[in-house]
Ligand binder design. Structure first.
Ligand SMILES: [Fe+2]
Ligand SMILES: [Fe+2]
Length: 289
């Protein structure tokens, strides 16, 4: 599939910035909605290159880590190898489902981030974890043996099933964003990133830490974007309830790879985010009344 589509002619794909009227071809209509442009500006500032991070010191340190620490990090990093591969593939139907050129463009930028994350975690799998195989697919297969089963179920079963429902028109962006942005990114991945950043605080593996730091910054705007969309789309109560319905599963997904103190943060964090969505929707209703 081509990287650029008809709806994105009004943007610069290198930076994510919206072009000025004098920069776009004659006849191109610039979208009028404002807020998705905030995210495209933010993305332009967050660009990073997953191939430029030196993982040499990390590969050396890896073999000298205590066994229990290496086992815990293996589960987390193999989990991210699986998760970011899955999200880089299954975000595709979300853009067309938005039926709004600016939101579709921001979804495109998000998918580009996810591909970058997938590239980075594949490098970690190859160069640090030294997973067997010459090709990314081989390492993906090897990561499936090492990642927590809860992660594989969420990212390789539930997410593709949701993407297929969206593609077939049986589910909308509300349901998709509830699973993707609120549950997978907002709960599962953010907890995994926090576990990695906490574990790597001692700078023993500076390259992995740097990459996860960039991933964390990207994921923050993805979640913010999902929240913003849900507020605007004003989903029915049962869609919002389904987010909390997934919270226990999300909290358990990493198994014992997640320290208890991080696991315990997941459900209260989900509740806080949901409260933001509900409050903003109520405010919009009051303003409209
Ligand atoms: Fe990601
Ligand atoms: Fe993401």
């Amino acid at each position: 599939m081509a990287e650029r589509q008809a709806w994105d002619r009004a943007f610069d794909p290198a930076t994510g910035l919206r072009l000025r009227p004098d920069q776009v071809p004659a006849g191109t209509v610039l979208p009028s909605d404002r807020w998705p442009n905030f995210f495209s500006k933010l993305v332009a500032k967050l660009q990073w290159n997953p191939d430029a991070i030196d993982l040499g010191p990390d590969a050396k340190a890896w073999t000298e880590l205590p066994d229990d620490r290496r086992e815990r990090l293996t589960k987390l990093l193999a989990g991210f190898r699986i998760a970011d591969n899955a999200v880089s593939l299954h975000l595709e139907p979300f853009g067309p489902a938005a039926n709004n050129s600016l939101i579709a463009w921001v979804m495109f930028l998000q998918r580009r981030d996810e591909k970058r994350h997938a590239t980075f975690f594949d490098r970690v799998a190859a160069e640090v974890l030294k997973l067997p195989g010459e090709a990314p697919e081989d390492r993906l297969e090897a990561a499936r043996e090492l990642a927590p089963p809860g992660i594989i179920k969420l990212f390789e079963e539930e997410l593709p099933a949701m993407a297929a429902e969206i593609e077939a028109g049986r589910a909308g962006l509300n349901e998709g964003m509830s699973l993707y942005h609120m549950t997978l990114e907002g709960m599962v991945l953010s907890a995994g990133q926090r576990a990695l950043l906490t574990d790597l605080e001692d700078e023993v593996m500076p390259g992995v830490r740097k990459g996860v730091y960039h991933v964390e910054l990207d994921e923050r705007w993805h979640i913010g974007f999902g929240l913003r969309c849900l507020i605007d789309y004003n989903p029915p109560r049962e869609v919002l309830d389904s987010i909390m319905g997934h919270a226990e599963e999300a909290a358990d997904a990493w198994g014992d790879a997640l320290p208890d103190e991080i696991r315990d943060l997941i459900i209260p964090m989900a509740r806080r985010r949901l409260a933001i969505v509900t409050k903003q929707i109520e405010r919009a209703h009051q303003e409209a009344a």
